[in-house]
Design a binder for this molecule. Structure first.
Ligand SMILES: Nc1ncnc2c1ncn2[C@@H]1O[C@H](COP(=O)(O)OP(=O)(O)OP(=O)(O)O)[C@@H](O)[C@H]1O
Ligand SMILES: [Mg+2]
Length: 361
């Protein structure tokens, strides 16, 4: 069902995105592809694409999702790894022998645990998976969802480069919504970065067009056996644009509380979520908080760099240097809050846009 709010795993619950899905599956099966990168602003379906694509490919895989835990640490990382590897054991029992050889790994039945979490443990696990892949003649896919968040681990990019260069039976998939940070991880602008210069395939998750968004909603209601007024569909798409995550949540709510309340609820719940994401960003930039919020409030309508500068200086009643403004805008783009389209900047997400309009600074 399209309106199930969780991350999608099955093709029949996953609307369209045929091109992206075909590319993913083709590249997963292409022996010479070492790494696939999935980019897209928040709630465009990256996590669902990974899961549906991997399940359709039939390849063994391990998915590590940084957003699964509220507090991300070495311990939660190993808990997540243990649960992903246990899941792998369900379908590929023969991997057990290889994983058991890693110091600190214990397996009972189909449950894997780490009794020891040393600095090389993860690398040793990857080496064991690679050996197993080589033995079976089949690659194993290692997917990092919200890959940029793993940068909190020292030398994470070097580890990926090691996998890329030496573990040829481990194929990498990296997904992320904070495009600038993902580029930093990939070493896009820094030749000395560990992953720099290594080729990969990029898949960009786009928002749905207006027609696609309406079709998605129409089909979602049809699956639930509900006939809905076309005007409501138009209305929902004007509020939530083509962001499939918000449209799904709206559909889920509309089936329960009706159209109008579903719009209000999605905006309310969504605002809480986007404000939390924004607070995480602002909490490590306390001195510039007012400036960032003022910029966001201005960017509820698309503006050029000079227009932002004029607007910000007028609101704060002081001049902001060109260098500072460029830095603020770059950070907002890097973290996926703002998009630059041609020469204009604008808030990427319709719910954040609506929350920013109501900001009291
Ligand atoms: N193609 C699709 N068909 C049906 N529902 C979808 C599709 N893509 C995403 N969704 C729904 O949209 C929501 C967001 O999807 P998902 O978590 O996969 O996106 P994401 O880009 O990983 O989001 P985030 O940036 O929050 O991690 C989920 O409720 C999911 O069920
Ligand atoms: Mg996701």
């Amino acid at each position: 069902m399209y309106f199930d709010p969780g991350v999608k795993e099955r093709r029949e619950d996953f609307f369209n995105f045929n091109e992206e899905l075909n590319t993913l599956i083709k590249e997963l099966n292409n022996q010479s592809t070492r790494m696939i990168v999935i980019k897209g602003v928040r709630r465009t379906g990256k996590s669902s694409l990974i899961r549906v694509g991997l399940s359709m490919s039939g390849l063994p895989h391990v998915i590590l999702d940084a957003r699964k835990f509220e507090y991300f640490s070495v311990d939660t990382f190993y808990d997540m790894l243990a649960s992903s590897l246990s899941k792998l054991l369900e379908t590929r029992k023969s991997v057990s022998k290889y994983l058991k050889s890693v110091k600190g790994v214990s397996i009972s039945g189909l449950t894997l645990e780490f009794s020891f979490r040393g600095s090389w443990t993860f690398t040793e696990v990857l080496e064991a998976l690679n050996k197993w892949g080589e033995e079976c003649g089949e690659p194993i896919v290692l997917a990092f969802d919200e890959a940029q968040d793993f940068l909190i681990f020292p030398r994470f990019d070097s580890l990926l480069a090691h996998v890329y260069d030496y573990l040829s039976y481990v194929k990498l998939v990296l997904a992320g919504s904070e495009v600038g940070l993902l580029d930093r991880l990939l070493g896009v602008k820094k030749v000395k970065a560990p992953l720099s210069g290594r080729p990969y395939t990029t898949i960009v998750m786009k928002r749905l067009s207006r027609e696609e968004a309406i079709e998605f909603l129409r089909e979602g209601f049809r699956q639930a056996g509900v006939t809905i007024n076309e005007v409501f569909l138009e209305d929902a798409v004007s509020v939530f644009d083509g962001v499939i995550g918000w449209l799904t949540y709206y559909g889920y709510q509309a089936l329960r509380v009706g159209h109008e309340e579903a719009i209000t609820k999605t905006l309310e719940e969504g605002s809480k979520l986007v404000q939390e994401e924004l607070e995480n960003f602002l909490s490590i930039r306390p001195q510039a908080r007012t400036r960032y919020l003022t910029i966001l409030k201005l960017l509820t309508t698309p503006l050029t760099w000079s227009e932002v500068k004029a607007g910000l200086s007028a609101k704060l009643k002081k001049t902001i240097s060109d260098k500072q403004l460029t830095h603020y805008l770059r950070e907002l783009v890097n973290y996926g809050f703002v998009e630059k389209i041609n020469s204009e900047y604008v808030i990427a997400d319709p719910v954040l846009k609506s929350a920013a309009r109501g900001l009291r600074i």
